[in-house]
Design a protein around this ligand. Structure first.
Ligand SMILES: NC(=O)c1ccc[n+]([C@@H]2O[C@H](COP(=O)([O-])OP(=O)(O)OC[C@H]3O[C@@H](n4cnc5c(N)ncnc54)[C@H](O)[C@@H]3O)[C@@H](O)[C@H]2O)c1
Length: 443
């Protein structure tokens, strides 16, 4: 098939590349001319494991190309994917200006039948709005609008896209349904389902899934906070409860809050959609409140240990909102940096992929190290904000000799308490007893 993907960010680029990989011809469109030039020069503009190999192969074999020109990109396309941003507007609802703006443009230029697929995460009722925007200028028999929310995870995006647990397609058109079925067949050969439903239910499925996952994490964060007060060990609780198959082992790891480009904005947008429909999502409201506090929950531990932070310098491992991505949108690490700097401390950070993005955003507010050990040189303590595999088994002798004090504040529970005890580190993590804490810090 000939496919156009409008918006070539984390979702659009993975979508376009993976569809090219299954033999389709894909043109990716973006308004960011620099990004498009970079891709034309053969460079992947984001860090996403395994994407570079597919990207390079499909460009070389002539199935994947890039442009800033919407009209030429969609000319021969049977399917047009919208993978556009839906950032939070001022009131917390998803801002649809990119999606509806492109829908409006498309209405003016389509001349033969196209399936227009909304892959962005959008509130219930958006497919109808996209339809109306197109119909302002295009005859209704020239297009169908389909909702096809994306469930990929950054860091596993290529794998998730090529072998999805499920594909959700919201459409009331038999013609569009057949096109979508043919397109996705190669991705579900193992027997995972393509689930067809109406557009509204498809749109809500994405929000419900993300809000549920954010709730699961937040629930565990609250259990961890409680563990800290009563001397229980959240790791033991996690394993004890997660082995119940009704609960499941995944998404039960406590930490310093969820971040990223999806959970915070999607949870907020669902709450706003609820309000608009006269319904208050009580659980979701609490999830947002708890997560807001959780993002900086490590700060009172640091202040509890040092008292005044003015003049202290901290090494920070991890900036991305999670491992295996360079995405720093709503990353808890950024909130931690802000609080430390506000308290008069300085931060030397290391992240395997996300430093360039933080530099663009924060400039001189933080110093960047050349590797994880370099960040430790002369720092008062180490803070861990992202669970990159690289940080899991460091050379603790090097860590100890580089730091001024053998102190680690771990927002991701990377290390065993026994080991920290043996190595003589003062170690404070999430939902577990502090290790080797001097009496004054416990007071
Ligand atoms: N990132 C994820 O993990 C993820 C997962 C599932 C769903 N989603 C959803 O997918 C959508 C896209 O997310 P993303 O993370 O890929 O966003 P992104 O910001 O990485 O990419 C969006 C791209 O769209 C481009 N763009 C903006 N306006 C345009 C226009 N008028 N024409 C062409 N291009 C335009 C931008 O330049 C950018 O490259 C959002 O709704 C998001 O919620 C994201």
């Amino acid at each position: 098939m000939n496919i156009a993907v409008v918006g070539t960010g984390y979702v659009g680029l993975v979508t376009g590349t993976c569809f090219a990989e299954t033999g389709n011809h894909v043109v990716c469109v973006d308004i960011d001319a620099n990004k498009v030039q970079m891709m034309k020069d053969g460079k992947v503009p984001i860090y996403e494991p395994h994407l570079d190999v597919l990207f390079e192969r499909n460009i070389r074999q002539g199935r994947l190309s890039f442009t800033t020109d919407l009209a030429s990109a969609i000319k021969d396309a049977q399917i047009i994917f919208l993978a556009l941003p839906t950032p939070p507007g001022e009131d917390g609802s998803a801002d649809l200006k990119y999606v509806l703006g492109v829908a409006d443009d498309l209405g003016k230029i389509i001349t033969d039948y196209k399936v227009i697929v909304d892959k962005s995460t959008v509130p219930v009722g958006t497919a109808e709005k996209v339809h109306a925007a197109l119909a302002r200028n295009a005859k209704e028999d020239l297009f169908d609008v389909v909702s096809n929310p994306e469930f990929l995870r950054e860091g596993f995006a290529v794998d998730d896209f090529l072998k999805p647990d499920r594909v959700v397609v919201g459409t009331s058109s038999d013609r569009a349904r057949k096109v979508m079925e043919d397109l996705y067949k190669p991705f579900v050969r193992q027997g995972n389902p393509i689930i067809f439903m109406d557009e509204r239910s498809a749109e809500l499925t994405k929000y419900a899934a993300n809000a549920f996952l954010a709730t699961k994490i937040t629930f565990m964060n609250e259990i961890a906070n409680f563990c800290e007060r009563v001397g229980a060990d959240v790791d033991k609780v996690r394993i004890g409860m997660g082995t119940d198959t009704r609960i499941g082992k995944r998404f039960l790891f406590p930490g310093i809050g969820y971040g990223g480009s999806c959970f915070p904005k999607d949870v907020q947008a669902l709450a706003k959609s609820g309000n608009d429909a006269g319904y208050t999502f009580q659980i979701i409201k609490s999830v947002m409140e708890v997560n807001e506090q959780q993002k900086t929950s490590i700060i009172p531990k640091i202040k509890g240990h040092y008292g005044n932070l003015a003049g202290k310098r901290f090494a920070l491992w991890g900036l991305a909102f999670k491992p295996d991505t360079d995405d720093i949108r709503e990353a808890p690490a950024l909130y931690v940096i802000e609080e430390l700097v506000k308290a008069g401390a300085s931060v030397t950070a290391f992240d395997p992929e996300a430093m360039a993005n933080v530099k663009k955003l924060m400039g001189d507010k933080v110093t960047f190290a050349k590797d994880e050990y370099d960040a430790l040189q002369g720092a008062d303590a180490l803070i861990i904000a992202t669970e990159w595999a690289l940080f899991r088994t460091p050379d603790f002798n090097r860590v100890a000799s580089s730091l001024k004090d053998k102190v680690i504040f771990d927002g991701r529970n990377l290390y065993e308490l026994d080991e920290m005890q043996k190595l003589g580190f003062t170690y404070m993590s999430v939902g577990r007893n502090p290790v080797n804490v001097p009496a004054k810090a416990n007071a």
